[in-house]
Write a protein that binds this ligand. Structure first.
Ligand code: GRF
Length: 188
């Protein structure tokens, strides 16, 4: 049995899709949701699906390694970052090397890096006049958004699309592909 932890800072619409996707899976289970924000929407969502939740603060995450003990206790063997806005410290990258993925709402390497998250990304894509955008699932390393790409999906951008329209198209791609891509990785 694979036991997944999802790290999320916000609404958790991707986390929700992933939890639902693996609900009746005999080999893969979402066993923990971790958030750095105690009022993040992802927490009540996880609660409503009976997935245990953990809220961490900055000093727990960066100064101690207590999260590692928690992940070990919960026998977590794979981490999914789904809208988690803190940089992952080295000790965690090292402990979960090759077992931690992130999703980014653009076609990396374009529009990645510090400060490039949420609507900042889609506004930058719009401002550049790009004809397409999309999403990237990638391995996590010590730099924001720089690990090797695992999967990308694309969508067209029409001239009349606003940044919000682009955000919607990209989120649809994320919801469609994230869980199946994780499943493929785990079952390979
Ligand atoms: C997604 O667009 C993801 O690519 C980015 O953060 C957003 C999270 O959205 N990393 P949600 O919380 O899953 O709705």
């Amino acid at each position: 049995m694979h036991r997944l932890a999802i790290f999320a800072s916000g609404t958790g619409s991707n986390a929700k899709k992933i939890i639902e996707y693996f609900k009746d899976n005999a080999h893969i289970e979402v066993a923990l949701v971790v958030s750095n924000k105690k009022d993040a929407g992802v927490l009540p969502m996880a609660q409503s699906h009976d997935v245990p939740q953990l809220v961490i603060n900055r000093s727990q995450f960066y100064d101690t390694q207590s999260i590692l003990d928690e992940l070990k206790t919960q026998q977590i063997d794979f981490i999914i970052l789904a809208g988690f806005l803190w940089l992952i410290p080295n000790y965690l990258v090292n402990a979960y090397g090759g077992r931690m993925v992130n999703i980014h709402p653009a076609l990396l390497p374009k529009y990645g890096g510090k400060g490039m998250y949420g609507m900042h990304v889609h506004r930058a894509v719009k401002a550049a006049g790009d004809k397409e955008s999309g999403m990237t699932i990638h391995w996590v390393n010590q730099q924001y958004d720089e690990g090797a790409t695992i999967f990308q999906a694309r969508c067209e951008i029409n001239e009349q699309d606003t940044a919000e329209d682009i955000a919607k198209k990209v989120l649809q791609l994320e919801h469609k592909h994230f869980a199946p891509v994780v499943e493929k990785i785990l079952l390979n």
